[in-house]
Design a protein around this ligand. Structure first.
Ligand code: ADP
Ligand code: ZN
Length: 430
């Protein structure tokens, strides 16, 4: 099923021609209208006419999160101040947010990409989508909402409300699909279990769109098993519109990144050099269809690779692999590089392990993993807990090359975040 079959199945040469034309156009506009980029071009000694082929994208400067904070709030607008109709921000944890402005055309276009994304998983106007992501400055609410409305779904803007309320709406309106944070999906599952509700029998949810924070294939499988639904990985970042940047199709084999809207590069984060197709590195994106606030070569800090070869669905936009982490999430413990996802993968492969965990690094690089036990299916006998703890330490050691301390806690004892889960507490940097 396609939302916009023509755009989604453009031949490779056509995509590339379109990308070049749109890139040239974007570079021309920012050179004229955005002093931030004009100055960078002057420093690099480049002019828009230097962009003669797609490979010339490499001549352009990178844009970083720090740049967006420097020009906050509106130093990168390529239109007059009264042109934008919407603002979203990317939270970040410290300092000023990154503000992204949308013109009417940008809002429309963002909804279009979400519509393509939803339809490629089989969503139709018959679906009832409960959007459990936060509405407001975060894109997960409104951008997903308007895309799903465009498809014709009934959209329930439930936001991150209480679990009681989510459940009531889900049952009364027979929600068939949810848009949800993976950490919240696991938490919500415990809530349902506690209420004696079997999501497979008592709910109508058949699809879940899960994203906005890193999660592993093991977590996807867990959510699928608990809810008896298909879980699709959804990648979005505010700087690139939010949801609908890249999304899995029905085959769930990597996320199609909409290349008629974004140029995708994978670089070595240390050197900034492009990597050959298939290698893992930092995703860098350039907007090709942005009116209010075009962004060149944005350093996402997200680590992935391009999946080579065509997808069975017939879409020609290349796919990116599940993220192995965010380069700024990487922990260096006793000289070893560790991504929190490696730890999650191990934890979630144990049935006796529950749904919430936190990783603590402190002192002289001491790694502690605090994890809840499963509420059901584990007897909690002292010797069984001790055996599980030992197994976890060994498995984690094999995966990360660092021997952690493992604290097993009763289900429900770790705090649950309002928005995205905070999985790592690095006390060394405090
Ligand atoms: P922030 O988290 O900085 O407030 P955003 O709300 O714009 O900013 O979130 C974008 C970030 O969320 C991405 O850069 C990425 O790190 C993470 N993210 C979004 N979707 C996914 C996904 N499906 N898998 C892993 N990480 C994701
Ligand atoms: Zn596909």
């Amino acid at each position: 099923m396609f939302w916009d079959q023509e755009s989604e199945t453009l031949t490779r040469p056509t995509i590339e021609q379109l990308q070049l034309k749109r890139l040239q156009n974007t570079v021309e506009r920012v050179a004229q209208r955005v002093p931030f980029y004009r100055d960078k071009f002057t420093k690099l000694g480049i002019v828009p006419a230097d962009i003669k082929s797609l490979a010339d994208v490499r001549l352009l400067p990178f844009t970083t999160g720090a740049d967006l904070r420097t020009i906050y709030p509106e130093g990168m607008l390529a239109v007059d101040r009264d042109e934008p109709v919407r603002l979203h921000t990317s939270s970040g944890t410290t300092g000023k947010p990154k503000a992204i402005f949308f013109s009417r055309k940008d809002v429309e276009n963002a909804a279009e990409l979400v519509a393509r994304s939803l339809v490629m998983t089989g969503i139709t106007r018959k679906d009832v989508l409960q959007n459990m992501m936060s509405y407001g400055l975060f894109t997960g609410g409104l951008v997903m909402h308007y895309g799903a409305e465009k498809v014709g779904c009934l959209v329930i803007p439930s936001g991150p409300g209480t679990s009681e309320r989510q459940l009531m709406l889900m049952q009364d309106l027979r929600s068939t699909a949810v848009h949800i944070l993976p950490s919240y999906a696991l938490y919500f599952a415990s809530f349902l279990e506690h209420k004696g509700i079997d999501p497979r029998k008592d709910l109508s949810v058949r699809k879940a769109f899960v994203g906005a924070e890193p999660h592993t294939e093991e977590t996807r499988r867990r959510i699928e098993q608990i809810f008896g639904c298909d879980v699709y990985n959804s990648y979005g970042l505010t700087e690139m519109n939010g949801p609908g940047t890249a999304f899995e199709c029905e085959h769930k084999a990597g996320m199609h990144l909409w290349e008629d809207n974004f140029i995708l590069e994978i670089i070595n984060p240390a050197t900034g050099e492009p990597l050959p197709e298939g290698q893992t590195g930092e995703l860098v994106m350039t907007t090709l269809n942005r009116e209010a606030m075009p962004i060149l070569r944005y350093r996402t800090r997200d680590i992935t690779s391009v999946i080579p070869g065509p997808c069975k669905c017939g879409r020609t936009h290349r796919r990116i692999a599940r993220f192995t982490g965010r380069s700024d999430d990487m922990l260096i413990i006793r000289g070893v590089n560790i991504f929190p996802q490696q730890i999650e993968r191990v934890l979630m492969s144990f049935q006796q392990v529950g749904r919430n965990y936190v990783i603590i690094v402190e002192g002289l690089d001491d790694l502690t993993v605090r994890v809840e036990l499963a509420a059901a299916g584990f007897d909690g006998q002292v010797e069984h807990v001790a055996a599980l703890q030992k197994q976890l330490v060994e498995k984690l050691k094999a995966e990360t090359y660092v021997r952690p301390k493992v604290d097993l806690l009763p289900a429900g004892s770790l705090p649950v975040a309002e928005g995205k889960a905070k999985r790592v507490i690095d006390k060394r940097s405090l």
